[in-house]
Design a protein around this ligand. Structure first.
Ligand SMILES: O=C(O)c1cccc(C(=O)CC[C@H]2O[C@@H](n3cnc4c(=O)[nH]cnc43)[C@H](O)[C@@H]2O)c1
Length: 233
């Protein structure tokens, strides 16, 4: 990817037109409140789950063909946090975006896409921008970390599955349902990608009534308010 850029002190070129994909309207509205009209960043709905997210991101990227293309894609939303790693109300910014349930079961255990020889279930997030954003979030007073973020078609709903995922993907801090779909669409166009998850619930036994969606949306809004400066837009 080539930007004409004057970005300071890094190897990543500075993005000029940024696409943020959220699953649902409440997340989109939180992101928009945070951005507060910042130029150069557009927010679109991905729908829930990796399939809708891939299709809608690909369509949105294609719609820019012939016009000014996007040059950075971000998957943003609330998510589950792995217990002891990412607490409710904290922010996780992905180092790696991993399709954690894409593969095959076998008597010996789960086989990923990589192990099956069909490609990779792990896509790298833009390292520099992700780290800059996490540092800015931390500096603002919110808890934040960079770590692998899992994408699943099925929200984890038991301690056994949470433990299994943690064991299979060491260091995973959060899970959501769209990141890999958004990232794959960006990857097919050689575009850099990031994923941010504001933690609304622990990964584990399903207790939907205990999800702190308001806290997570507020954290998402605050993190997104820092994005224009991080991207030097
Ligand atoms: O009910 C509401 O007001 C509301 C507001 C904002 C978002 C929602 C959602 O239900 C979003 C679904 C979205 O959240 C992600 N998510 C959240 N927790 C998890 C999890 O533990 N595991 C996987 N995904 C999670 C996911 O990306 C969904 O698309 C409701």
């Amino acid at each position: 990817m080539n930007y004409d850029n004057n970005s300071k002190n890094n190897n990543s070129p500075r993005p000029r037109r940024v696409l943020i994909m959220t699953a649902v309207e409440a997340e989109r509205d939180a992101v928009l409140r945070g951005l507060n009209g910042a130029p150069g960043i557009e927010v679109r709905l991905a729908g829930v789950g990796p399939i809708a997210a891939a299709a809608n991101t690909a369509a949105t990227l294609a719609s820019a063909d012939g016009a000014k293309p996007y040059d950075l894609v971000i998957s943003a939303g609330i998510g589950g946090g792995f217990i002891g790693i990412a607490d409710i109300g904290s922010i996780v910014i992905a180092t790696d975006i991993i399709a954690a349930d894409l593969g095959a079961e076998s008597p010996e255990g789960f086989l990923s896409l990589d192990e099956l020889g069909f490609g990779s279930s792990r896509l790298k997030a833009d390292e520099h921008l992700s780290s800059q954003w996490a540092q800015a979030v931390l500096k603002s007073g919110l808890a934040a970390c960079t770590a692998p973020v899992l994408t699943l078609s099925t929200v984890t709903g038991s301690a056994a599955t949470a433990e299994h995922l943690s064991h299979r993907i060491p260091g995973a801090a959060a899970e959501g349902m769209e990141g890999y779909g958004v990232a794959l669409a960006a990857h097919h166009r050689n575009l850099p990608v990031m994923e941010i998850r504001a933690i609304s619930n622990p990964v584990g036994p399903r207790q939907r009534e205990l999800w702190k969606i308001g806290d997570a949306l507020l954290a998402l809004e605050r993190a997104c308010s820092l994005l224009p400066e991080v991207l030097e837009l």
